[in-house]
Design a binder for this molecule. Sequence first.
Ligand code: PLP
Length: 448
Amino acid sequence: QPLGSWSTEDIKDAVSSHVMCTWSPGKAKNSLPIITHANHIYLYDSDGKEYMDWTSQAVCTNAGHSLSPRVTTAIHEQMNNLHFVYGGIAMTEIRARLSSLISELLPGDLVGCLFPSSGSEANEAAIAMARRFTGRPKILSFYRSYHGGTKNSLSATGDYRRHFQQDSSGFVKAFNFTPSFFEHAGEDEAERVQSALLMLEEQIISEGAETIASIVLESIPGSAGVLTMPHAYMQGVRAICDKYSILLHIDEVMCGFGRTGEMWGFQNYPGVLPDIVTSAKGLSASVAPISFVAINEKMMEFFEENPVGWGSTFQGHPVAMAAAYAILTEVLTSNLIGHVKSVAPIFEEHMRHCAEVHPSILNYRSIGLYGALDIATPDGRQPHATHEARTTATTRYFDSFRENGLLGLFRAPIIHIAPPLIINEEEIQEGFARQHRALDVLDEELGF
Ligand code: PLP
C-alpha cells in the first residue's frame, strides 16, 4: 500500500498501540495532530486544518516546508551517485566541501569539522574533545540551558535535566546572568555583570580551575527563554576562560545559521570568539539530521595526532551533508539572514505588544526571529520556575493556540515564538493575530 492510503483511524490505532514519545508521557501522542503535508510556513492535518509553523517545529525548519528544486536535485544526485560511505574508511567531495564552507563561515581560527546527526551528539563529541585536549575532567555549564538528551549532553543541561536523570560525574553548574536573578547585585548593569563574573570566577577557583576542561553555554539560552545577555558578561566569560586556560564551547544548535539575525548567535557579542562551536538544526534547516562540531586551530593540530574518542556510524553522512550544503548555499544566495535582520524590528514590536496588552504576559525578550513571553505567576509576578507541568489554565491556552491555527512548542511558563526565517511581514502579523486570540484565553483563565 502506498503512503497516504491509510485512513486517519488506521493511523490513530497504530499510533496508540505502537508509537512512543520522548519527553512526554506516551499517551500525549494521542492528542497530537496528524500532519499530512506542508507548504511554505503552513502545515495541514488529516482533517484539512491549517497551522502556521510558529516555532519552526523545534526551532529548526528555518527554511520553511517548500524545498527548492536546487535542494531536492542536490539530495537526489548525492543519493544516486553515492548514498553512503562510512566516514572512518572513506572520504567524499561533499564532506570536503561542507567542511570548507563552514570553516569560511566561522570567524577567527575555527576550522575542523565533524558532522554528527544531532545537536546532542555534536555536544557529546565536543565534551569528549575538550576533556581529551585539556586532560581535565570537568565541564562547567549553566542552570538555564539545554544541550541535548544523550549522556553527557544531558548532564551538561541545566534546569530541564532535573526531571529526568541523576548527574554523571564531572559536571558543574553555574547561575546564568539573568537580570531578575542579579537585580540586587548592583546599582546598574555594569555592576551586576561584575558581580555575576566575580561569582563565576569564585566558583571556578573553588572547583579548581585546573580541573575544568570547558565552559559550555548557549550564546542565547533558547529553551530557557531566549535569555539575551549583556555584551560585557559574555566578554567577561571569554576573559575568565583565557585566564584559566579553559576552553569556551558555545552551543549554537538553536541560534546558529541566522536565527538571531547574525550567522552565529555569539556574533551578537563583539569580540567573543569561542574555541569550540557546535550547531545543528538550521544547518540543514531540518531537511536531514545533521550537526557539526568545529574547533580552533590548536585543537585541530592536537586531533591530527590523536583520536577524538567519539564516533557514530552516520557521522559525515553524504546525503545529510548534501542537504546541508544545498540549504546553506540557498541561505547565503538569498541573503536570508539579511531578511531576518530586516523583519526583526517588526517581530519585536509584536512581541512587545503581547506583553503590553495581555496581563497574563509579564515580560518578553526578542532578537532576530527568536522570542519568548513569560507567563505571570497567579499573583502577577515574574515566573521563577522553568519547565513546569501544565495547569488547567495553560492547558486551555495551549488548546486555544492550536484551535487558532498555530503549531509549536510550549514549555510553561515560557511561550516561545520562532517562526521559519522565510516568514514575511504579513505572515508575522497573521501569526500574532492568532497568538493574541490564544493569549485572550490565557488572560481569562488566569483571572486577570
Ligand atoms: N543544544 C541546544 C541549544 C538545543 O536547543 C538543542 C535542542 O533543542 C540541542 C542542543 C540538542 O539538539 P538535538 O535535539 O538535535 O539533539
